[in-house]
Write a protein that binds this ligand. Structure first.
Ligand SMILES: Nc1ncnc2c1ncn2[C@@H]1O[C@H](COP(=O)(O)OP(=O)(O)O)[C@@H](O)[C@H]1O
Ligand SMILES: [Mg+2]
Length: 333
């Protein structure tokens, strides 16, 4: 907790007190659309190594709790597996957001390349260049989304990477919280039944992989993720760790080890039901960077609720499916 204090850049007013206060701190920083968002419902913004996400009550409650309970080993543990939380912020004036500089043209400016998996189990040699349906959807969301007043401020998990390869996988076999309407419950139950969520507790919610030869990102969105069977999920995970030069086995092993460690915690924690949360897995797509690492964190607590001394078996199932799949991938020739 205290370690956070020294790390706030001078130009952003996000004092540690903002973490505890339900009263938001003023947000003066001009926000820029976040170009490395691979999934979600609302559009995130970023500035100075942080992302700002429109405030959702359950999510704030979650972050405030884990950063307030110093004596709970479970809360301390969860902090390590989630983005750093910098508090709740309020925009003083609802000015238009700046246009992202990366939104212009150019090989990386185009941001994403979408290529649906050609058949379950294989990746084609060439990457088809066209604009991603997700990118279109996100820009529609940005246009539609009124400047919000309240935001949570989180560590940008992609900030330390020059070519971030990002995977968002939704965990669990239930994706609605207790406050959902009967219609919403039915809708979500159907989505779970018809996707890999139902049987395996995990589904692809978005992914980008930097393809060096193309100088661009390959992209798959949540709509693609909903069409997959288990085999297709395996294909996508293999693709995630292959930027055109072959499987990054070192990264797959590291990721698997982290997931096993995470599972040992998720199996025993009895604080939360992580309904509809995701794992965000990020690694460096620039192969010239020495000692590549892979970051594995839980994100999206918009539907997380206290479990009152129960574990979350759906979340455990999802993590163990991922471990199994990575193990299978490593076992292939
Ligand atoms: N802390 C973070 N750092 C980097 N990217 C993030 C972070 N939080 C969310 N994202 C990106 O934004 C997307 C949507 O975020 P999420 O919290 O899942 O929102 P929603 O509640 O709308 O689903 C994720 O798929 C991921 O790409
Ligand atoms: Mg999400």
């Amino acid at each position: 907790m205290m370690s956070l204090m020294g790390e706030h850049p001078q130009n952003i007013d996000c004092g540690v007190s903002a973490i505890y206060n339900t009263k938001p701190a003023p947000l003066k920083e001009p926000l820029v659309p976040f170009e490395h968002q691979v999934g979600g419902h609302s559009a995130l913004s970023h500035a100075a190594g942080r992302v700002w996400k429109p405030m959702i009550k359950k999510e704030v409650t979650f972050y405030q709790r884990i950063w307030a309970e110093e004596s709970s080993p479970e809360c301390l543990w969860i902090r390590d597996w989630t983005p750093r939380y910098y508090g709740l912020f309020e925009r003083e004036e609802l000015a238009e957001e700046r246009v992202a500089p990366q939104a212009s043209s150019g090989p990386l400016g185009g941001r994403v390349t979408e290529k649906p998996a050609q058949r379950e189990g294989s990746r084609g040699s060439e990457v088809e260049k066209r604009s991603s349906p997700w990118e279109k959807k996100l820009s529609e969301i940005r246009k539609r989304q009124k400047p919000m007043r309240l935001y949570v401020c989180l560590e940008d998990l992609t900030a330390r990477f020059s070519r971030p390869c990002i995977l968002d996988v939704k965990l669990g076999v239930r994706t609605y919280d207790d406050d959902a309407s009967p219609e919403k419950k039915l809708r979500h139950q159907e989505k779970v039944r018809n996707t890999t969520s139902g049987k395996y507790g995990v589904r692809l919610s978005g992914m980008q992989v930097y393809i060096r030869q193309e100088g661009d990102y390959l992209f798959r969105d949540k709509y693609h993720g909903r069409t997959l069977k288990r085999e297709g999920l395996v294909t996508n995970l293999r693709d995630f760790f292959d930027n055109g030069n072959g499987l990054r086995r070192d990264l797959v092993s590291r990721c698997k080890a982290k997931l096993e460690f995470l599972k040992s915690f998720v199996d025993v924690q009895r604080l939360f039901y992580f309904y509809s949360s995701s794992l965000l897995i990020v690694y460096e797509g620039d192969e010239d960077v020495a000692n590549p690492s892979v970051d594995v964190r839980m994100i999206d607590f918009a539907h997380t609720q206290p479990s009152f001394d129960h574990s979350d078996p759906g979340c455990s199932l999802g993590v163990s499916t991922l471990v199994k799949i990575l193990d299978e991938i490593l076992g292939e020739d």
